[in-house]
Design a protein around this ligand. Sequence first.
Ligand SMILES: [Zn+2]
Length: 260
Amino acid sequence: MPELPDVEAFRRYFDATSLHQEIDTVQVNVPRVLYGITASDLRNRLVGDQFQSSGRVGKYLFGELKKSWMVFHFGMTGSFQYFSNAADEPDHTAVLIRFGNGYHLAYIDIRKFGLIALTESIDAFVRERNLGPDALSIREDAFVTLIQGKRGSVKSALMDQSLISGIGNIYSDEILFQAGIHPEKRVEALDETAIHHLFLTLEEVLEAAIEAGAETDKLPDTYLIPHRVKGGVCPRCGQPLHTITISGRTSYFCPQQQKE
Ligand SMILES: [Zn+2]
């Protein structure tokens, strides 16, 4: 499921392919991805306009139009593909944007949990969806305050999009593994030193993942993510990883280095 580093990779791809080109046509193959708008609303807003810039908050990507922003969320399996020949339209293209240069941007959504919307501003959308600050932009003092005001497991706190946005099941496991914190550790049991360490680790992991283009095989050798599979072993100590269900999601951790 795309998380902050994946969406940042999509944002860079969008910037490299889709800015400053007039939009000729918009084809909606899967209307259910549209949130609060119809296919004709989307066409009316996009055709003849251009994307000026992009933005990202957590797992949401925003493309700036003249008077509004197009919003993309990638659900479980969403992605982009930019291509020339119309015959190469990828399977599961939910929305297809054709530019004046003859190229196309496909928004692909295999499992149909993605979302496309329009909003007047990024701030308005963030308020409406009750999103917490972006995990990569949040300052340490704000992070400390948010974490100290929270109860429950540290894993649930990291995944709570209304607290901090962008981190999901996979990157919360990596952050806690690198920080040596058990995923069920209570946030109220973390002292200031532990929260400071968690914050630095969170930044380091997200930056490393973005640096790797969110490609798991390009992550550092000591990272957990490539080993998050049934029968996986810890890349640091070689012990079998344990799993546990938290907030309905399977969490992987090393019982040697992440003690309760
Ligand atoms: Zn280990």
